[in-house]
Design a protein around this ligand. Structure first.
Ligand SMILES: [Zn+2]
Length: 181
């Protein structure tokens, strides 16, 4: 066997192992149970509109890709799942926000916070306070609330429907259906 042949053989083995490893990580991510926690302390179904998700029309966003949970400014927000904070900071529409990667390769986006109480690369559990309810970003001047979105990294094309921007439903999941189970 020539040298280049043996290098190729080693490369093939490495690639195969990498593939198996990635597949295992992917599957493991799906196996982590989700069971969402209500992120706003003390909030119940009475604190959000049952048709909040995909409400249309919704300004520049066209449709509302999450749920707005209303509470007094300063109310504690806990992570709804275990996960890793992948980003936290301030952006235009969202204001102060926290983005957590949780089980099943789903992102959990918490926006309009009054205060951020976590940081990037922090591991969080359901008992971790990540911030407080506020009215930052495009919620300025509106009653304080948490905007909460769940988006999946792996698309669910069977959830696409005929609603405005309905194709995006392969990425944006209805948080209400998870909060009420
Ligand atoms: Zn919202």
């Amino acid at each position: 066997m020539t040298q280049s042949q043996s290098i190729l053989r080693v490369l093939r083995i490495i690639l195969k192992r990498l593939f198996q490893f990635s597949l295992a990580v992917l599957i493991l991510g799906f196996l982590i149970p989700q069971n969402l926690n209500m992120p706003v302390k003390g909030a119940t179904a009475a604190d959000y509109h049952p048709q909040s998700f995909w409400f249309y029309p919704w300004g520049k966003s066209v449709t509302h890709k999450g749920v707005d949970i209303f509470a007094k400014q300063g109310t504690a927000i806990h992570s709804s799942t275990i996960g890793l904070v992948v980003s936290a900071g301030e952006i235009g529409r969202g204001g102060k926000y926290v983005l957590v990667l949780g089980p099943k390769w789903r992102f959990h986006y918490y926006a309009h916070l009054h205060e951020i109480q976590t940081k990037r690369f922090q591991l969080v559990s359901k008992s971790s306070q990540i911030g407080t309810v506020g009215a930052t970003g495009n919620a300025v001047g509106k009653p304080p609330h948490l905007h909460y979105t769940i988006a999946t990294l792996i698309p669910y094309p069977w959830r696409i429907d005929q609603s405005p921007q309905g194709w995006r439903k392969m990425f944006f999941l209805n948080p209400i259906s998870y909060l009420e189970t």
